[in-house]
Design a protein around this ligand. Structure first.
Ligand code: GDD
Ligand code: MN
Length: 363
């Protein structure tokens, strides 16, 4: 049996055209269709539910509070009954006429069968130069990581046999759009992958959801499955924030100490006050950027953000004390002001990371 997953987000206009056409193509093929909708604002789920009333093989999975093409497909596969699991975009861009071929290919040799734009006979259709180039570059980068190499690892149109899917499922990374790539990265090398050419056409209605955010998620994914195995992305991001924080810290120090200067000199009290003030400015900046970027998955909002900020301050207190102690010690021992501040700030960053990983943004 073929289980066809249609992931949807704002495809209410497309389903009434698409579903009857699919039924025609799959006539005589034992199949079910599962629409996985992420609670679309245009009520795609409602349209699908209504159609399911008189179409026995149509099922609807409405996900609340979750977003993402890959995770929607994985959830659809998990709810499916078939021995062959397929996915196709619900906007008419994928040529449904090759569905029976894709199904037959998986039935014949297991593994994967992919609707391919880059294999002989396939095409991306009417893409502009920019999108074409982006897709080619992304494909080249992605291929380096694949255990099984094909010409179009970024296709959103493919089928896989149940056994192969169930084996790799626990290792999948459901962030973003690249579900096929993720499968190709994780399946055993000997897995068979057949490519079936098709021409990528234009959307019937609506617009693409492949946003800049999805593109960044793709780059993060490439990092995660390569270097990220050894150095977690979160740590790298934290260090980057910390590094920018040092620049903020030093700038704030220069501003405050300049204001407190008498002529060319600054008193020890003035210097200490400047270090403490600059540290708090850096703490506020670091909290803000870590909250929206480094720990975006555990991002704190409203009251939780306030509590988080207090925790962050608390956790940073030791870091700030270490920072102050180191800077003051170096300064009073004759080290140049700026050097004393930079070394102190780095000491603080290391403390911050350890404490906040443990207390503020716990997974
Ligand atoms: N449930 C759910 N949740 N579905 C989604 C989401 C989501 O967050 N985002 C997109 N979809 C659905 C869309 O409604 C559509 O049916 C399908 O997934 C593809 O989304 P598009 O927004 O149309 O993607 P695209 O046409 O720009 O990208 C296509 O080509 C890429 C390669 O160039 C897709 O086939 C991608 O999978 C493919 O990587
Ligand atoms: Mn599309």
């Amino acid at each position: 049996m073929l289980s066809l997953i249609l992931p949807t987000y704002n495809e209410a206009e497309n389903l009434p055209e698409l579903l009857p056409a699919i039924e025609k193509v799959l006539k005589g093929v034992d199949h079910e269709i599962i629409v996985v909708d992420d609670d679309s604002p245009d009520k795609t789920w409602e349209v699908a539910q209504e159609m399911a009333q008189d179409q026995g093989d149509l099922h609807v999975l409405r996900r609340i509070g979750r977003r993402g093409l890959s995770s929607a497909v994985i959830e659809g596969f998990l709810a499916a009954k078939g021995d062959v699991l397929a996915v196709m975009d619900a906007d008419g861009q994928h040529d449904m006429d090759i569905l029976p071929k894709i199904y037959a290919a998986v039935q014949k040799s297991s593994g994967l069968a992919v609707g391919s734009r880059y294999t002989k006979g396939g095409s991306v259709g009417e893409w502009d130069e920019r999108r074409y180039l982006m897709s080619r570059v992304a494909t080249k980068m992605a291929l380096a990581l694949c255990a099984v190499k094909i010409s179009d690892p970024m296709s959103g149109f493919f089928a896989i046999d149940r056994k192969t899917f169930e084996e790799v499922m626990p290792r999948l990374n459901p962030k973003g759009f690249k579900i096929l790539l993720d499968l190709l990265v994780h399946v055993p090398e000997k897995t068979k992958a057949t490519e079936i050419p098709f021409t990528f056409s234009s959307r019937i209605h609506g617009e693409s959801k492949l946003s800049a955010k999805v593109q960044i998620e793709f780059l993060e994914y490439l990092y995660d499955v390569s270097i990220g195995k050894y150095i977690p992305l979160m740590f790298v991001k934290y260090c980057l924030v910390g590094a920018v924080g040092v620049v903020i810290h030093v700038s704030a120090f220069l501003l405050i100490s300049n204001a407190l200067k008498h002529g060319a000199d600054i008193t020890f009290q003035g210097f200490s006050f400047s270090v403490i003030g600059a540290t708090e400015v850096a703490i506020i900046f670091n909290f803000w950027l870590n909250n929206i970027w480094t720990f975006s998955r555990e991002r704190l909002h409203g009251v939780h953000m306030l509590i988080g900020f207090l925790k962050f301050n608390g956790a940073c207190l030791f870091g700030a004390l270490a920072n102050y102690a180191v800077s003051a010690f170096l300064f009073s021992n004759g080290t140049a002001q700026l050097l004393a501040v930079v070394i102190g700030a780095f000491t603080g960053v290391i403390w911050n990371y350890t404490m906040n990983r443990l207390f503020t943004w716990r997974a």
